[in-house]
Design a binder for this molecule. Structure first.
Ligand code: UDP
Ligand code: MG
Length: 340
């Protein structure tokens, strides 16, 4: 049984060695083999150099794929899932916020209950800025109300999946990816383990408040059509309201004459209705934007280099010719480059 550990890395030069150490410690007594697949998501620091060093030390166990630029964590996860060879696959952050100590428990639970997926969720959000927690909660509430795809509050991307589930996730090739939603959408038997929130071990989070807000808005738009309905609803309500007001004003003018005061209220109504229209257009525009991106069929990511390439060129240099293994991995890389 092989376990593939997928690790998206963006500016993680400090955390990678600590991460490997922690995983080794957690898995050393487990009757399982494991491989690492690091995805360097266009890091601006020395992450790639660190990855190369690590992979040189353990060429059979460590692999890396480096993107040509920052494509985002979603693209990195997708690349990782495509490249993973294991019968079991797990995705983990490099910063040890996904505790590797949970892995044995997850493996045991998966085995005991014959599950396809064991997810993890944070019991609490200790150490997180209050405003971020508030919006996170709001997001899960909105998401679960608006969308048929239910999401567990506090669930992490950190999860252990069977090959069957990974293949199902890979069948979803959409460009706008929201992994939490996709994991939930594909179904399969899933159970969650809870753990106390951890702070990042080193380095800095790459998510600002705004990037998270945008990400959650994308999540809702990707998995729900309710905002579109909301737009029509707002339009209908304001139309009916304006219609009734108009009748009222006409009747009042007929009965009591027309005092010419009141243009400030008129202007504010114009602005209000104009604002509503822009809001609705914005919501509709968001969906059209998604369709636009989807129809372009661009690749999810572009690979600059990878450990497989490196191993191949080493072999070619030595004149070792093509082993079936190497042509396979070349093929795999080609596929991952062209899929989109
Ligand atoms: N990450 C990535 N690409 C990005 C941003 C983040 O691959 O554009 C990786 C990052 O290296 C880390 C994981 O995604 O392994 C989670 O990121 P981070 O810790 O910054 O997010 P947070 O835990 O604060 O939500
Ligand atoms: Mg983190």
């Amino acid at each position: 049984m092989l376990l593939s550990i997928i690790v998206p890395c963006y500016n993680e030069e400090e955390t990678i060695p600590l991460f490997i150490e922690a995983v080794e410690k957690a898995l050393k007594d487990q009757p399982i083999k494991w491989e690492y697949l690091f995805i360097d998501d266009g890091s601006k620091d020395q992450t790639l150099t660190v990855l190369k060093e690590v992979c040189q030390k353990k060429p059979d166990q460590c692999h890396y794929v480096a993107f040509s630029r920052n494509f985002g964590k979603e693209a990195a996860l997708y690349a990782g899932l495509q490249g993973a060879k294991g019968d079991l696959v797990t995705v983990m952050d490099a910063d040890l916020q996904d505790p590797p100590e949970l892995l044995p428990e997850m493996l045991a639970l998966m085995e005991a209950k014959k599950l396809d997926c064991v997810g993890t969720r944070r019991k609490n959000r200790v150490g997180e800025p209050l405003i971020r927690s508030f919006f996170a909660r709001l997001f899960y509430r909105l998401m679960n109300r608006f969308s048929e795809t239910q999401m567990v509050d506090g669930a992490r991307d950190f999860r252990l999946m069977s090959r069957k589930m990974v293949d199902a996730v890979l069948e979803i090739t959409e460009y706008n990816r929201f992994s939490k939603g996709i994991f939930s959408w594909v179904g399969f038997e899933t159970e969650y383990l809870s753990y106390e929130n951890r702070e990042r071990i080193a380095g800095q989070t790459s998510w600002s408040f705004w990037s998270l807000l945008k990400y959650s808005f994308d999540g809702i738009v990707n998995f729900s059509e309710v905002p579109l309905m909301l737009a029509s609803l707002i339009g209908a309500v304001s139309c009916i309201g304006a219609g009734m007001a108009l009748v009222f004003i006409i009747v009042r003018a007929l009965l009591f004459g027309d005092p010419t005061s009141g243009w400030p209220s008129m202007v504010s109504i114009f602005l209000f209705v104009g604002g509503l229209q822009l809001l609705c257009l914005g919501i509709i525009g968001k969906y059209i934007g998604k369709i636009f991106l989807e129809t372009k069929h661009r690749p999810h990511y572009l690979v600059k280099e990878s450990s497989q390439c490196e191993q191949l060129s080493e072999k070619e240099k030595l004149g070792a010719g093509k082993s079936p293994e190497s042509s396979n991995s070349k093929e795999r890389l080609k596929n991952s480059n062209s899929q989109g």
